[in-house]
Design a protein around this ligand. Structure first.
Ligand code: ADP
Length: 294
């Protein structure tokens, strides 16, 4: 089992001729409300990849549609608390030039309690996984408790908070970062020096560093392993990283070697970038197997 302590957002998308100006009231050309948040996206990717995933989080008690949607995609929602705090959400203005401007409200994503964490982790079994991003509260507490319970901790520090990330690395078994997060964390300015400096800075840490259309690197025990991305026509890279994380962890939990897990995750995220959207762009296991057989 993998326990994903993650954000759940409703993304409100408004298509506009231009961003709303100070004092202006403007009608939107279109409106869509989509399930989002890195946490929810990663749970969906894990479920589609065939993992036994329990999402841990909180939403407003009126948002039953979120529960229905996650369940229909195979995510266990028993550990999502229904509370009297608004569900986390994003108000996204999209212009014709494909620029965006976003207001984020964390809401219920920051309402995790220590009691909830203790209850969840006391029912986990040794060897289970805990996954976290940086869109919820109590990160350090959850990791400390997970380690005490001999669970494996995977951390995707997104959005990056350098101070917090450095503080919690001692609890992390697998760190997953993209190139911008990696550069922020070690203070390098380009990707080549980051790839060289990272394993030296953190020799005891296992790290997956995703590199967009260049693929992914893995560092562990002073060894570096790379897998190239698949060449596809990308139309929307939203959720590429979330798809990668879900498929890679699912593969590792099934006992695959790291290289095989990285390859499968690259295939899944390559399919993801050829489709518009977030959760809806994440492929199924069968689609990934068919893609790799080509
Ligand atoms: P994030 O979405 O977190 O920024 P990346 O951009 O590094 O993460 O993408 C994650 C993974 O998605 C990459 O390791 C790669 O396998 C795949 N990917 C991303 N962009 C492309 C692309 N243009 N073509 C093929 N694969 C891609």
């Amino acid at each position: 089992t993998i326990y994903n302590f993650g954000s759940i957002n409703l993304d409100h998308l408004y298509q506009l001729d231009h961003f709303v100006r100070p004092g202006e009231t403007m009608a939107s050309n279109s409106y869509q409300c989509l399930l989002g948040g890195k946490g929810a996206n990663q749970s969906v990717a894990l479920a589609k990849a065939g993992a036994d995933v329990k999402h841990v989080g909180a939403i407003h008690h009126s948002d039953q549609s979120i529960i229905d949607q996650l369940e229909s995609l195979g995510v266990n929602t028993d550990l999502i608390r229904r509370i009297d705090v608004p569900t986390g959400h994003a108000i996204i203005q999209l212009t014709k030039e494909a620029e965006n401007s976003i207001i984020l409200y964390q809401g219920a994503n920051h309402a995790l309690t220590q009691e909830q964490v203790d209850q969840v982790l006391s029912s986990a079994n040794e060897g289970d996984w805990v996954l976290l991003q940086n869109e919820t509260n109590l990160i350090e507490y959850i990791m400390r408790k997970a380690q005490e319970n001999k669970l494996n901790v995977a951390f995707n520090p997104a959005p990056m908070d350098v101070e917090l990330t450095k503080k919690v690395l001692e609890f992390v078994d697998l760190l997953i970062v993209n190139e911008v997060e990696a550069m922020d964390l070690i203070g390098t300015k380009d990707i080549d020096s980051t790839i060289e400096a990272f394993p030296k800075a953190y020799p005891d840490l296992a790290v997956l560093m995703t590199l967009g259309k260049a693929g992914v690197c893995y560092f562990s025990d002073n060894k570096t392993l790379s897998v190239e991305a698949f060449s596809v026509d990308a139309v929307d890279t939203t959720a590429a990283g979330d798809t990668f994380i879900g498929f890679c962890l699912s593969s590792l939990m099934k006992g695959d070697e790291i290289k095989q897990a990285m390859t499968r995750a690259c295939a899944a995220s390559a399919i993801c970038v050829t489709r518009l959207g977030a959760a809806s762009a994440i492929p199924t296991q069968e689609e990934v197997t068919a893609f790799l057989a080509k």
